[in-house]
Design a protein around this ligand. Structure first.
Ligand SMILES: *[C@@H]1O[C@H](CO)[C@@H](O)[C@H](O)[C@H]1NC(C)=O
Ligand SMILES: *[C@@H]1O[C@H](CO)[C@@H](O)[C@H](O)[C@H]1NC(C)=O
Ligand SMILES: CC(=O)N[C@H]1CO[C@H](CO)[C@@H](O)[C@@H]1O
Length: 372
């Protein structure tokens, strides 16, 4: 009860103060009128209320943040399907809820769109308008030489996914530095000198370079050919053992572009073979692998000198062995899935990115970026 009486006393005092204040105000008002009254005095109080209202929702907001973002795979690249849980089992990537269920479109935080599956009339794109929070990811692991320019998609995407290091989501298998020097590596048994697996030899413009070089090289050295383009298709399980059985492997890219260094390079590195590379300049390769882990065709004036060098290394065991010294300090991780491995890695890398980056983003003029 004492609180009531003290309230009453306070109320009495307040009434007095308010009465005096009103009188003073009236007197002041008599002499002065404010020019504009554009600031209703109650607004700050109202704003505070609405802040408090937000705080009421704190729990549900916190829960949403803990929930994994949904990444919708709009189409399976080249119709190649794999277990979406592979991202966790192979790459230990588990930050998003990966799905191919289009019914989840409206609640998807990001949508992966495979460039090659976009039709000329754009009818195969996800529907517009998209939810305001949703990001579209342009998935293209091909080089510009093998990328068709489809008009009208330049400014549709929020993120680019590519082999290029300056993409929003760069995709590549990388060597990992060993925590302690590794002395265990043994070079696999070799019964062939130079090998090449060519699975795709479509008459794309860029393929010319590597074929011209190969045609010259084979005049001076025997190259064992595998793959559907030349002989019969190599089974997945034979891929690494075949590469491992050769001293050198021709890591010839189908076209030459900055950063376009594919599994044709990583494959032999992880198999325990010395890659002989044809692609962007040596400096570009050295961004991704030690300089003494590979041989670049540009290191030689012509194919004949390269052939002579490889023949010489075939006879000089110590010199050949030096191409594996880097393994003390780095490990090359093999792909666990051979066919369409770049799609698995791409999709999983996108999942990892979406989980870690929530910021607003627009990708403008992707062609201006990609084709230049
Ligand atoms: C998504 O929302 C739009 C607009 O509200 C609706 O027309 C469409 O049917 C929804 N799509 C799905 C897959 O639920
Ligand atoms: C995604 O990009 C589109 C097209 O530029 C843009 O309209 C949209 O606001 C962006 N959304 C997000 C969440 O970044
Ligand atoms: C509405 C609601 O869930 N409010 C919560 C805000 O956070 C505090 C402290 O964690 C909780 O006690 C409230 O229940």
């Amino acid at each position: 009860m004492s609180s009531t009486s003290s309230t009453r006393t306070l109320f009495g005092h307040l009434t007095g103060i308010v009465a005096i204040a009103s009188l003073v105000s009236l007197i002041l008002l008599y002499f002065w009128t404010p020019p504009v009254t554009n600031c209703p005095p109650r607004l700050p109080q109202f704003k505070q209320l609405s802040d408090g209202h937000h705080e009421d929702k704190n729990n549900s907001i916190a829960e949403e943040k803990v929930e994994k973002p949904v990444l919708l795979l709009w189409v399976w690249p080249q119709n190649y399907r794999f277990e979406l849980s592979d991202c966790k089992s192979i790459y230990n990537i588990d930050g998003c809820h990966l799905t191919d269920d289009r019914a989840l479109y409206n609640s998807s935080d990001a949508v992966l769109v495979f460039h090659r599956a976009i039709s000329q009339d754009l009818s195969t794109l996800p529907p517009s308008p998209r939810p305001s929070f949703q990001k579209w990811i342009w998935l293209n692991v091909e080089s510009p030489t093998n990328t068709q320019k489809i008009p009208g998609i330049e400014n549709l995407f929020n993120l680019t996914l590519s082999y290029r290091e300056d993409a929003d989501i760069p995709v590549r298998l990388r060597l990992t530095r060993n925590k302690t020097p590794n002395e265990d590596f043994t070079i696999p048994k070799k019964d062939k000198l130079v090998c090449w697996i060519v699975s795709n030899n479509l008459d794309w413009t860029g393929v010319g370079t590597r074929n011209t070089y190969y045609n010259e090289l084979k005049k001076y050295i025997t190259v064992h050919m595998f793959g559907s383009a030349y002989a019969k298709r190599l089974a997945d399980e034979d891929y690494y053992p075949t590469i491992a059985s050769c001293k050198f492997y021709l890591s010839f890219e189908n076209s030459i572009h900055k950063d376009y260094i594919t599994e044709k390079f990583n494959g032999p590195l992880s198999a325990g073979t010395v890659p002989v590379v044809l692609g962007p300049p040596r400096k570009n390769y050295e961004r991704f692998a030690p300089r003494d882990s590979f041989i670049h065709v540009d290191d030689f004036p012509d194919a004949k000198s390269l052939a002579e060098y490889l023949t010489q290394l075939d006879r000089d065991e110590d010199a050949y062995r030096r191409y594996f010294n880097w393994r003390r300090h780095f490990s090359a991780r093999p792909h666990l899935i051979v066919q369409n491995q770049e799609f698995v890695l791409s999709i999983c890398t996108a999942c990892d990115h979406v989980a870690k980056h929530k910021e607003y983003q627009e990708a403008h003029d992707i062609y201006e970026w990609f084709f230049n």
